[in-house]
Write a protein that binds this ligand. Structure first.
Ligand code: BG6
Length: 459
């Protein structure tokens, strides 16, 4: 096996755009500060800018999104930064890029551009020789449905082998999401109970207490299912439900994850409730008669030996009462119900904005009666402030050539296959008020397992 070689140049298309501003410059500064980044950084865009303007943009980005400008790191970044201005449809743009690459043999190309531009950029990267030995990073959305996801991959594969494609789902780069793997597979006590014999149901809630934040035009093309369920929340399901990646083979984790996606039954309209917050249609960029969902609640069933009969309830919504992403694994009740009122035990894994692990237990109520009452042991609570950003982590992995925490084509397609049948208007979109937990129909969806566990706002 040949050793994986690190990238020797970092190229980002869409250098003057939003993603570069919010995520890429901050990640670059953070990597430089950590002392593990020293290679040419080449921004490409078609804005009529020069290098000085890009440097100013980088400064503004760091001020707004990078926790402030670190003088030493910023100087270093400015020294590494180069800029190519040109039309993505014009081969001379790629000749200029080739010149800037100055002999780099393993560049990393980050396509921080709309997917509609991928075919033309990929084609020219190939024709100009800039793709030789290169890796490519692409951002979600990875297609709009199963068919377009396949077409997108086919386009990229005309030039890049799948092993050179790094699809970023930033949830995979989150500390708390990666911790799911460690927590599950590095703790002996969990394995005996982590299955249909002891688990009653699993819930995942991704609540955001804000609306579409000026992204109406983008969001109205997507909706909650495409925006966060098909990718972020499915990754969480994969980590919760997969079998142990029992070998050190580099693809073991991704192999196990895709197996889970393939075992999930295609979602039926009866297992989905879609909602739209009141006022969404007045957002700039949103169609006045939009039927796009800003909330989705669904029930997944996994046809596997481990999970048969255990429902996975998933909820994601904008304009909810709080901002929090949380998993609750409810365990079956113990046999002697006279000792315990209410439900059995649970494990609560909070994935954002902070990391918490709580264990729901029954403890004897003080006094004469021999009965317990539910309480929760908060086992771990880490605030997110020092967290390495998901983008920093993932860009570092991509440059090192480690694909483990990136979405592989087969997994992307398997995740689409689960929801493909309910996309669009397969179910009605029901209104809900801002600051509530979604339409009534969703509130009652989980009644059979004791109802939804609503996360509380972080203190
Ligand atoms: C993005 C979605 O991928 O994830 C947004 O497009 C969503 O709509 C965001 O708000 C949530 O990410 P995080 O890291 O804040 O939970």
């Amino acid at each position: 096996m040949t050793a994986v070689q690190a990238s020797d140049a970092f190229v980002f298309f869409g250098a003057t755009g939003d993603l570069a501003y919010k995520k890429i410059f901050p990640a670059l500064q953070a990597m430089i500060r950590r002392g593990n980044f020293d290679l040419p950084v080449i921004g490409v865009a078609w804005s009529g800018w020069g290098l000085d303007q890009l440097r100013q943009r980088a400064r503004a980005s760091l001020e707004e999104h990078g926790g402030g400008v670190n003088a030493a790191a910023f100087d270093k970044l400015c020294g590494l930064l180069r800029y190519v201005d040109g039309d993505y449809r014009d081969p001379s743009t790629f000749d200029a890029l080739k010149t800037q690459l100055a002999g780099a043999t393993r560049p990393l190309h980050y396509l921080a551009i709309p997917p509609s531009m991928f075919p033309v950029v990929v084609k020219h990267l190939g024709a100009s020789g800039c793709a030789d030995g290169a890796r490519v990073v692409v951002e979600k959305p990875f297609g709009r449905d199963l068919a377009s996801a396949k077409a997108l991959s086919a386009t990229i594969h005309t030039v890049f082998d799948e092993s050179a494609v790094f699809r970023i789902d930033h949830y995979l780069g989150k500390e708390a999401v990666q911790n799911l793997l460690v927590f599950r597979f590095a703790n002996t006590f969990l394995e005996p109970i982590w299955n249909r014999n002891y688990v009653d149901s699993v819930q995942i809630t991704m609540a955001e207490d804000f609306g579409v934040q000026g992204r109406g035009a983008f969001y109205d093309e997507a909706g909650a299912i495409r925006d966060v369920v098909q990718n972020h929340l499915m990754q969480i399901v994969g980590f919760l439900a997969m079998e142990p990646p029992a070998t050190t083979y580099q693809e073991a984790i991704r192999d196990e994850q895709v197996k889970v996606f393939r075992q999930i039954r295609p979602l039926k309209p009866t297992n989905l409730v879609r909602g739209q917050f009141v006022g969404y249609r007045k957002e700039p960029g949103v169609a006045k008669d939009s039927s796009v969902e800003t909330f989705a609640a669904l029930r997944l069933e996994i046809d596997s030996w481990r999970w048969d009969g255990v429902p996975f309830f998933i909820r994601a919504g904008k304009s909810m009462p709080v901002t929090a992403t949380e998993v609750v694994v409810d365990l079956k009740r113990p046999p002697l119900t006279r000792l315990a009122r209410g439900s059995g035990n649970h494990l609560r894994l909070r994935l954002g904005p902070d990391l918490q692990i709580g264990l729901g237990v029954q403890v004897k109520i003080e006094g004469d009666a021999m009965v317990g009452a539910p309480t929760e042991l908060l086992m771990v609570h880490q605030h997110a402030c020092d967290e390495m950003s998901a983008y920093e982590r993932l860009l570092g992995d991509a440059m090192a050539g480690d694909p483990t925490m990136f979405a592989r084509q087969d997994a992307v397609e398997a995740a689409w296959a689960v929801i493909d049948g309910v996309l669009g208007d397969a179910t009605p979109v029901l209104p809900y008020d801002v600051g509530t937990w979604g339409p009534d129909a969703s509130v009652h969806m989980a009644d059979a397992v004791g109802g939804w566990n609503n996360p509380v706002q972080s203190s």
